[in-house]
Design a protein around this ligand. Structure first.
Ligand code: HEC
Ligand SMILES: [Cu+2]
Length: 400
């Protein structure tokens, strides 16, 4: 018992092994139900196994003339061991059912976020705040958020361990889930590092520098807040602003897909970025005013990175030379490509353009023919199909 207790308390601090930090209002319910069931099991396991060994020793066969007791049963004892555990079971049911109802029915004033899962990426949009999209789930701290979720292909499951929420994401109907964060928990540097290293084994190629990918996304959120605040300060001098994005406080939490959905399932990751409610309003405003061409004017690398993230390309194409679901973009431009049908061509602007518009036409040798989805350029945004394509082409040129 002491050992069990020691394990559970010692590891509670080491979120690596036991439950991760509880960061939503639903977490306390889930954790207390879990602990209750866990300790019931632990206590009964020890009591039952102890009794079994005790009886085996005390009542072992003591010789040929040793008569076994003629037991007829004991009604009171049987009643006690049936009724008492059934109260425990009822308690477990009530705790579980309460928790289920609380996590299913969202408060009416919750901020709605639409979540789309597709192999192998998550996309978030804010229908009631202007309809813009985001690669991160950015939410206001200590305010209810309702997720309306749907899949564009197979079954996925949306999982945020820190919030103790997990819900299937189905292709044929909406499912919903809500949560409210309890603080601005900022993970230590090594914890963030851990959550990335945790998902990718050393044997797997690094997905286009997963750490770099996040740091640029997190920085985007911080930048947007700082920039919008500086703009608003002109009209409202009393506004408290920081020009330095590093001073914008964010809380970070990992999102996983927890329903096996194909070979890159383990890379189907995203982040929750928690902002203070004031910063969240600034971020929303910045998203509604966002124009990539203006935001990244003169910086073709940033613009290309933006569209390759928005179009989902970065989930299948690395920029560091490692092969993922698709070939790496490193050293692609102007190189000779070999195709599955034996032909070859030089990867110029037209080739890259056609690779996106008609990916099945020239399939790179060694890769599946239907590996790259069609019509991806639509993800760049309405009216942004050409701008996005040419930004990516310029971006790929810089990767030589
Ligand atoms: C689901 C995975 C996936 C996504 C998402 C994806 N691709 Fe691909 N891509 C592939 C695969 C697999 C191939 C190789 C087979 C082929 O040539 O069709 C490929 C091939 C390519 C090629 C040719 C590469 C070469 O080495 O010759 C280019 C260029 C390309 N993709 C661009 C893009 C762009 C731009 C996007 C985003 C708009 C994108 N891809 C999104 C999987 C993907
Ligand atoms: Cu999935």
């Amino acid at each position: 018992m002491t050992v069990l207790y020691w394990i559970s308390t010692a590891t509670a601090q080491e979120s690596a092994f036991y439950l991760p930090k509880a960061a939503s209002t639903l977490a306390a319910d889930v954790d207390s139900t879990f602990s209750f069931i866990y300790w019931c099991c632990a206590i009964f396991f020890i009591a039952l196994m102890g009794a079994m060994f005790w009886f085996a020793v005390v009542y072992k066969d003591k010789g040929a003339d040793h008569k076994t007791l003629d037991l007829k049963g004991h009604h009171t004892l049987e009643l006690v061991w049936s009724v008492f555990p059934s109260f425990l079971l009822i308690a477990m049911f009530v705790m579980g059912f309460n928790g289920y109802v609380n996590s299913t029915i969202s408060p009416v004033d919750a901020v709605q976020v639409n979540v789309v899962g597709k192999r192998w990426d998550w996309n978030f949009s804010y229908p009631t705040l202007g309809g813009f999209e985001s690669r991160d789930l950015v939410v206001p701290n200590q305010e209810a958020v309702r997720l309306q979720m749907v899949s564009q292909d197979v079954l996925h499951s949306f999982y945020i361990p820190d919030f103790r929420i997990k819900k299937d994401v189905l292709p044929n109907r909406y499912t919903s889930q809500w949560f409210e964060t309890t603080d601005m928990y900022e993970p230590a540097e090594d914890e963030l590092f851990y959550s990335y290293k945790f998902t990718f084994s050393d044997a797997e190629p690094s997905p286009s520098g997963s750490e770099a990918l996040f740091s640029s996304r997190g920085a985007d959120v911080k930048n947007a807040v700082a920039t919008q605040c500086a703009k608003d300060k002109k009209d409202n001098p009393s506004l408290e602003c920081t020009d330095n994005p590093d001073n914008v406080k964010v809380g970070l939490h990992q999102i996983y897909c927890t329903e096996y959905c194909g070979d890159s399932h383990s890379r189907m990751l995203a982040k929750v970025v928690v902002l203070s409610p004031e910063d969240f309003q600034l971020w929303v405003k910045a998203q509604n005013n966002f124009d990539a061409e203006t935001a990244f004017a003169g910086d073709v690398t940033k613009l290309g990175e933006y569209y390759s993230s928005k179009g989902g390309c970065a989930g299948c194409h690395s920029i560091d030379g490692s092969a993922m679901t698709g070939p790496t973009w490193k050293g692609l431009y102007n190189k000779e490509r070999q195709f599955a049908d034996g032909s070859s061509a030089v990867a110029d602007d037209n080739y890259i353009r056609m690779s996106v518009l008609e990916p099945q036409k020239q399939v790179v040798a060694g890769y599946p023919a239907a590996g790259m989805p069609v019509n991806l350029h639509k993800a760049f945004g309405k009216g942004k199909e050409e701008a996005g394509l040419s930004a990516i082409i310029e971006y790929i040129k810089t990767l030589n």
